[in-house]
Design a protein around this ligand. Structure first.
Ligand code: ATP
Ligand code: MG
Length: 466
């Protein structure tokens, strides 16, 4: 069978409607039973007290004089005329000795059983249903010398009692369902109102798509769970929007970056094809083309690496790395580039430390940073590389006295395709070097930071755990 899931507002309503009904019914039945019993008890007590007064007075002045004027006698004994009562005296054979009735309708139809029990000395209560109105009657034995000689029966009409009970029942039958219905209706609307933000959130979620991330859930001034949910949701949309914007920007950058070499390739090739050329010219052209192709190939490799890094597809090939050897090797490689620009590449205080890492990746990171140092130095500048050990980490500083990085740019230099000075981009590169370096440092559970002063130079500090 398919499970039916009621909406929350209905479930809430059904639950508290049900609980409230249960409480009301138990409470009302309690009151009803207590009220009915105590009313009945008080009726019983009243007829019994009359009966007992009579029974004791009869024993004292036993005699026929009593029966002569029964009503007068009762008035004497009870102090007033009994209202709405039925009183009769009966002997052991059930013969009525005296009788007074203030109740409409006639003879008191006592049951034989009650009479018999009373004769045995018991006080017997009975409710007589046959008559209209119903009667409540007590039969009290009259004792003479420890023997029951006759009984006195006192009855009273249950008309008022029945009427009161009927009214009470009527009040309950009307008020309980009414209050249940009212609470269910009020409860339903309250639940609906309370849960309205959930619906707003749902509708907002439906509307959200990558092109529509400006949708916000508008729950002003709610400081409860739902308000916080909406806030969280809005914050999430904000983050998604940022992420989408970054991806968008990234795609724009990628296409732009690849478009430039392609335009050059196309332009050069077209020019070359305009007329017959010498063999040398073709060779030159092909060499230049190859350069652009290499450039694109590098960008694509870098992008591939970064995308794989994003999806955590890259496994580091961890091995023991001698840091000093690695730095020396990198500097040797970079010496050619530095010499070309008459930049002095210096190695100082290289501490001999071994750490676990992926040598190729670490080399790539160092090459990137040292290359930047040379690239962004003035002709005749100086780049120095040093390394040392401090609190369980190996630190590598790459310091240059080049153009430096301005305060606005420094936050972004590690971002993909970010170049501080876009106009010099042919010389500077694609702007992926530092993003890759930061990923490599992070993958080794280390970090890379930069401090820089425009026109003074920069220091890149790499921190790697040993
Ligand atoms: N040592 C430095 N001095 C001054 N600016 C720097 C330095 N290193 C990096 N930058 C700035 O940070 C930007 C990003 O550097 P990154 O290495 O990521 O890219 P790139 O060198 O331009 O290109 P790529 O390294 O991909 O060939 C650079 O374009 C440059 O503006
Ligand atoms: Mg670089």
């Amino acid at each position: 069978m398919k499970k039916v899931n009621l909406p929350i507002k209905w479930r809430l309503t059904v639950w508290y409607g049900g609980v409230l009904s249960l409480i009301l019914i138990i409470f009302a039945s309690g009151i009803f039973i207590y009220f009915k019993n105590s009313l009945q008890d008080s009726i019983d007590a009243k007829i019994r007290s009359i009966g007992e007064v009579l029974s004791s007075s009869m024993t004292e002045k036993h005699g026929a004089s009593v029966f002569g004027n029964f009503e007068r006698y009762l008035e004497n004994v009870l102090g007033r005329k009994p209202k709405g009562k039925f009183i009769q005296i009966m002997d052991s054979s059930g013969r009525i000795g005296a009788k007074m009735s203030d109740i409409e309708g006639e003879a008191l139809p006592t049951s034989f059983n009650a009479l018999e029990r009373a004769m045995r000395g018991e006080i017997v209560y009975e409710t007589i249903e046959r008559t209209k109105p119903r009667l409540r009657m007590v039969t009290i034995p009259i004792m003479d010398n420890k023997k029951v000689t006759s009984v006195v029966q006192v009855g009273t009409s249950l008309e008022d009692f029945d009427e009161t009970i009927r009214k009470l029942l009527l009040i309950m039958i009307i008020s309980i369902p009414t209050s249940i219905i009212v609470t269910i209706i009020v409860g339903y609307f309250m639940a609906k109102k309370a849960l309205r933000p959930v619906d707003q959130i749902r509708r907002a979620a439906v509307k959200i798509s990558s092109s529509n991330l400006d949708e916000k859930i508008d729950i002003t001034g709610r400081r409860d769970e739902l308000g916080r949910l909406a806030e969280t949701f809005n914050a999430m949309i904000g983050r998604l929007k940022d992420a989408f914007q970054r991806i968008n920007q990234f795609s724009i950058d990628v296409s732009h970056e690849l478009k430039t070499p392609l335009t050059i390739l196309k332009g050069e090739t077209e020019v070359a094809l305009r007329k017959e050329r010498e063999k040398d010219d073709y060779q030159k052209l092909l060499l230049s083309n190859l350069e652009e192709i290499d450039r694109m190939s590098c960008i694509i490799d870098d992008l591939l690496l970064l995308s794989k890094a994003d999806t955590k597809e890259i496994k580091l090939n961890m091995e023991e790395v001698a840091l000093r050897d690695l730095i020396m090797d990198v500097c040797m490689n970079m010496k050619v580039v530095a010499d070309k620009k008459s930049v002095e590449l210096q190695m100082s205080e290289l501490e001999d430390v071994r750490l676990k890492g992926d040598e190729l990746k670490l080399r790539r990171m160092l090459l990137n940073v040292v290359e930047n140092g040379i690239k962004y130095s003035h002709v005749g500048g100086k780049v120095s590389v040093s390394s040392y050990v401090n609190d369980g980490h190996a630190w590598i500083d790459v310091k240059d006295d080049g153009i430096g990085i301005s305060e606005e740019d420094i936050k972004y230099v590690f971002d993909r395709f970010y170049r501080a000075d876009r106009s010099r981009k042919r010389e500077s590169g694609s702007g992926l070097g530092l993003s890759i370096s930061r990923w490599i440092a992070g993958a080794h559970k280390g970090s890379i930071e930069v401090k820089s002063q425009p026109a003074q130079g920069s220091v890149f500090t790499i921190k790697l755990p040993i």
